[in-house]
Design a protein around this ligand. Structure first.
Ligand code: HEC
Length: 248
């Protein structure tokens, strides 16, 4: 059936914001002219034979800094008109609009690359001889031997190492994100010290569990593993740097 015209009403306004009287029936909306939030459009279609019907659209307008964006969240399945949101940059923005819109992508890529490089630098850190890598990557001299062989391990903060290397997957509270990342809290497989040391040093090939043998010294691995075996109510006891060294 031929369309005579389409009147488009915005929210509760009495007057149509647009009257489209020839195809293509496309309505372009500029989100920067609309308030942030949810809006409704009613398209009233008048056909040549005098009959009418109407279609309802729902769309949202967001504003991030100088950039306005809108998207249609609900549109009729079949409709004679198309509603397009034209994302806009605020006119008084001090930066050239195209730069703002297309300058973001390189910036985001740069941040990802910089982040990855920083991460690799941290992961690639080798233990410094005679010193112990502390949480922030700073080198601390081992404390004066107070309790013999175990003294060096005592200066390593297993909890901080856990939070740095493991918490992204297994979570700071040890609950993991099952089924993808297993919980370490209340996990009986941690009772087997050799198993845990092996998994931490060599990872689990073919899974997302990475090896940490090149990242952690014997003392660090021992402190970290002792932490996960005794934290969050776990009661599996500590391990020593010697046990770690034996399984390398
Ligand atoms: C990138 C995510 C990720 C990181 C980081 C990570 N893990 Fe894992 N870990 C996994 C996954 C996935 C598994 C399960 C592997 C499988 O399918 O058996 C796992 C398994 C384990 C297991 C064996 C659990 C079991 O039930 O058999 C232990 C122990 C473990 N991780 C400890 C650690 C420690 C300690 C660290 C930090 C030094 C760490 N993980 C860092 C993803 C990770």
């Amino acid at each position: 059936m031929d369309i005579n015209r389409v009147e488009v009403y915005l929210d509760n306004q009495d007057e149509p914001i647009a009257v489209l009287d020839q195809p293509p029936f496309v309505l372009e909306l500029d989100p920067s002219k609309l308030e942030v939030g949810t809006h409704y459009l009613i398209a009233v279609v008048h056909y040549q034979d005098g009959s009418m019907d109407h279609h309802e659209y729902v769309f949202d307008v967001e504003r991030k800094g100088a950039i306005y964006a809108g998207h249609v969240s609900r549109a009729p399945v079949t409709t004679p008109i198309e509603v397009r949101m034209v994302d806009r940059v605020e006119i008084e923005s001090p930066v050239k609009p195209d730069f703002v819109r297309y300058g973001l992508l390189p910036l985001v890529l740069f941040l990802i690359l910089a982040g990855t490089a920083a991460w690799l630098a941290v992961v690639g850190e080798k233990p410094v001889p005679g010193g112990v890598l502390a949480a922030g990557g700073k080198v601390e001299a081992p404390k004066a031997p107070a309790g013999g062989a175990g003294a060096a391990a005592a200066t390593v903060d297993g909890k901080a190492l856990y939070e740095k290397h493991c918490a992204s997957c297994h979570q700071a509270n040890g609950q993991g994100m099952p089924p993808t990342f297993p919980a370490l809290a209340g996990n009986d497989r941690l009772a087997d010290a050799e198993y845990v040391i092996d998994v931490v040093l060599h990872g689990k090939p073919g899974t997302a569990m990475p090896p940490f043998g090149n990242t952690l010294s014997d003392e660090e691995a021992a402190a970290l593993i002792s932490y996960i075996r005794t934290a969050w109510g776990n009661d599996y006891g500590p391990v020593t740097a010697d046990e770690v060294a034996r399984l390398r």
